[in-house]
Design a protein around this ligand. Structure first.
Ligand code: ASP
Ligand code: MG
Length: 462
């Protein structure tokens, strides 16, 4: 079971979390817990590490340490009054360590990716002892492990590392035996590379930790506890009658999370899928709601389209030139140069005339992408590169679209009837996702039109 930042935001929330754990423990379930940092703490740590190398003085360090100390001690006093001295000493020691590192970054005027990863893992390091103490308070034995101690071995890519398969065996050996006698509390978001250096798994990475650990111990189920009832048909800020879905397949969740839906860390499905473990998304504040179940094949479900996502922080790039026609290697040149500049390409489309390739990239990467591609213009590989900031991308997701004729027709007919102009279309051959690009101003309307067309707000017999 993984609990996210809002679920552990204060003593009251933590007591609710422990209620849930206690109930399962008493029922005889064997549990491992993964915790993230308290809401906002990772952001605070990222912010200060960004400032320190160029800060005028070191006056921002102590106030942050004091605020973190106060917040975690208050949570501890509220959730585990009998363990304040014991767990408080651990927290105190970690705060001193963090403070020393922050002063070092300031004094050296240097922040390496490696030190940044260690610093931003402190949100989890500070909270895990609180949760473990709160379990002790209920008489439940519990120890704390950091991601590395729990066996998560990762690639050395700081800030965005990926778990290696060798983790499975290590996790089984280290976490497995603990399940027989206690509820281990494991710090999410981090692992370590082969050299033993702390790495982090990317923002929201504790979902991924839960999945890696679940796969390692061959869990029956992986539960992601969050602050909403489950995965929704669309972002409720865009569609007010968006609905919580009862079940989804692994591939549907992957399509949704890769495409900007803030449902789960994008890589968190892979380990569960590899071991075919059921994943459940549930609300800490409404535990009796059944939530969303994620399994290999979305169960007994007649819907072709299940959910929509919408990203407006994207930009379109068009690459044109008659010289691209029939010439092998143009696509290679384009994608190589973009990769070298670490540009993330979200959608690609090429017409069969081959005279034009269109791409959708993160808005933040637009300038660097256009600059990189201008080299290809200079070399005569392509004629021109144009771009458009005012676009947004919509993805229509549903595994049932595969092999179901007419879905594309329905999507684009509905959009046409409502005068939404479509600028680019792409469908992967998995057929679980049809994505298209429209003018920024049409984005929310396009989503509304399709949410209605496919009656996504209505309960079906899912
Ligand atoms: N604390 C980390 C973050 O804020 C990991 C997580 O919350 O899942 O990104
Ligand atoms: Mg989070």
């Amino acid at each position: 079971m993984k609990f996210g930042g809002t679920s552990v935001a204060d003593a009251l929330c933590i007591r609710q979390v422990v209620d849930i754990l206690e109930q399962h423990y008493k029922n005889g379930d064997k549990l491992a817990v993964v915790v993230s940092a308290q809401r906002g703490v990772t952001d605070q740590l990222i912010e200060i590490t960004g400032k320190l190398p160029t800060a005028k003085d070191d006056s921002i360090i102590v106030p942050l340490i004091q605020a973190l100390g106060k917040r975690h001690m208050t949570a501890l006093e509220g959730a585990a009054p009998d363990y304040v001295a014991e767990a408080g000493a651990v927290i105190e020691e970690r705060l001193i360590c963090l403070q020393n590192i922050l002063f070092a970054v300031y004094n050296l005027r240097e922040l390496t990716p490696r030190s940044k990863d260690y610093i931003i893992s402190f949100g989890e390091r500070l909270l895990a002892p609180v949760i473990s103490a709160a379990l002790h308070q209920r008489g439940i034995p519990s120890t704390v492990l950091d991601g590395c101690e729990a066996g998560i071995l990762t690639t050395p890519r700081h800030g965005e590392s990926t778990a290696l398969f060798e983790s499975d065996e290590r996790i089984k050996k280290r976490v497995g035996p603990l399940l027989e006698k206690e509820i281990p509390v494991i710090m999410g978001f981090m692992g370590c590379s082969a050299s033993g250096t702390v790495t982090t798994l990317g923002r929201s990475g504790s979902d991924y930790s839960a999945s890696i650990l679940g796969a390692g111990i061959d869990a029956d189920e992986i539960w992601i506890w969050t602050d909403v009832d489950g995965i929704m048909t669309c972002d409720p800020r865009v569609i007010n009658d968006a609905r919580v879905m009862g079940s989804l397949s692994y591939s549907e969740v992957m399509e949704l999370s890769y495409f900007g839906a803030k449902v789960m860390h994008p890589r968190s499905i892979e380990p569960a899928m590899r071991k075919n473990i059921l994943v459940r998304v549930k609300n800490t504040f409404n535990p009796s709601h059944q939530g969303t179940v994620i399994v290999r094949n979305g169960q007994r479900d007649n819907r072709v389209v299940k959910a929509l996502t919408y990203i407006d922080k994207v930009a379109a790039i068009n690459i044109n030139g008659a010289q691209m026609i029939g010439r092998p290697g143009v696509a290679k040149a384009i994608f190589t140069i973009l990769a070298e500049h670490e540009v993330n390409v979200m959608m690609i489309s090429q017409g069969s005339s081959e005279a034009n390739i269109s791409l959708i990239v993160d808005e933040e990467h637009l300038n660097i992408a256009v600059q990189a591609l201008s080299n290809l213009v200079k070399q005569g590989v392509v004629r021109e590169v144009t771009h458009n900031h005012n676009v947004c991308a919509v993805a229509v997701v549903g595994a049932g679209m595969a092999g179901a004729p007419g879905t594309g027709g329905r999507i684009f007919t509905a959009l046409g009837k409502n005068c939404v102009n479509v600028m680019m279309i792409s469908q992967g051959s998995s057929e679980a996702n049809i994505s298209f690009v429209v003018n920024q101003k049409d984005g929310a309307r396009a989503v509304r039109v399709l949410h209605d067309e496919f009656r996504l707000s209505e309960e079906s017999d899912e």
